[in-house]
Design a protein around this ligand. Structure first.
Ligand SMILES: Nc1ncnc2c1ncn2[C@@H]1O[C@H](COP(=O)(O)OP(=O)(O)OP(=O)(O)O)[C@@H](O)[C@H]1O
Ligand SMILES: [Mg+2]
Length: 228
């Protein structure tokens, strides 16, 4: 569904991503893993068109995305939940969700968002900044879902969140997949990754070093490339 080919990215003179090839199968929950600073967020931002790339290609459903700006990628069906959530703290929950609709100029928040996250319905008039970290993460996922994407990209959705909400987010990912969504997830918590993912990729210093079904994520790979 998503194919990254020979992608190279630089921050100024610093070569961050090297000849990266990566595939996200339709229907999978693919987990991108790697230690801090290895290039995970940079790769997601390149996929979303939020950073320009020096070489390579990003294909979604067979189309080359490289010439398309970020809004066009959202319209094409890619939802993105950035690291650190980036909700608007001064706006209400309802306004934050409505901003998610802007890329398609459509009206009305789909009701299934509130079935997935009942807490958001109860807090529609509350300011985003007054929500707990876990509730803000649910809001950020809800905002990405309002355009009904076919691929949902999540950057460390469990970072800094209390365990009961981490569990709920895992349930939501499983429900979304059961409803046909494909998921690309950056995650450093191994038990969570093993619970929700079907496939993995490991990135180390900007290079892809291992990939496969999640059952093939061996202890040796974990020791060598991840933080335990
Ligand atoms: N805006 C930027 N300008 C210059 N260098 C950057 C910028 N953003 C990130 N970097 C560098 O690029 C490398 C990859 O960063 P990136 O944020 O992609 O890592 P990450 O794998 O997402 O890390 P984390 O797990 O901490 O979120 C790091 O060395 C980082 O310092
Ligand atoms: Mg990151």
């Amino acid at each position: 569904m998503l194919t990254v080919k020979q992608l190279n990215q630089f921050y100024g003179g610093s070569h961050t991503l090297w000849d990266l090839d990566l595939e996200v199968r339709k229907g999978s929950c693919t987990c991108l893993m790697g230690r801090n600073g290895m290039g995970k967020t940079t790769l997601l931002r390149c996929i979303m068109g939020l950073l320009s790339i020096a070489a390579g290609e990003v294909q979604f459903e067979g189309d080359n995305l490289c010439a398309k700006p970020a809004e066009a990628r959202a319209r094409a069906g890619i939802g993105y939940v950035p690291q650190g959530r980036e909700i608007f703290p001064q706006l209400t929950v309802a306004e934050n969700l409505e901003i998610g609709l802007a890329a398609r100029r459509s009206r009305g928040i789909p009701q299934h968002i509130f079935e997935l996250f009942p807490v958001l319905r109860r807090m529609l008039g509350r300011r985003g900044g007054d929500l707990s970290g876990g509730q803000q993460q649910q809001l950020a996922i809800g905002r990405a879902l309002v355009l009904q994407p076919t691929l949902l990209i999540l950057d460390e959705p469990t970072e800094g969140i209390q365990p009961n909400i981490v569990h709920e987010i895992g349930d939501v990912i499983q429900r979304l997949r059961a409803a046909g969504l494909t998921v690309l997830l950056v995650e450093q918590k191994l038990p969570f990754a093993r619970r929700v993912a079907s496939d993995f990729h490991v990135i180390d210093k900007g290079r892809l070093v291992a990939s496969g079904p999640i059952g093939q994520l061996t202890d040796e790979l974990v020791q060598r490339h991840l933080t335990v």
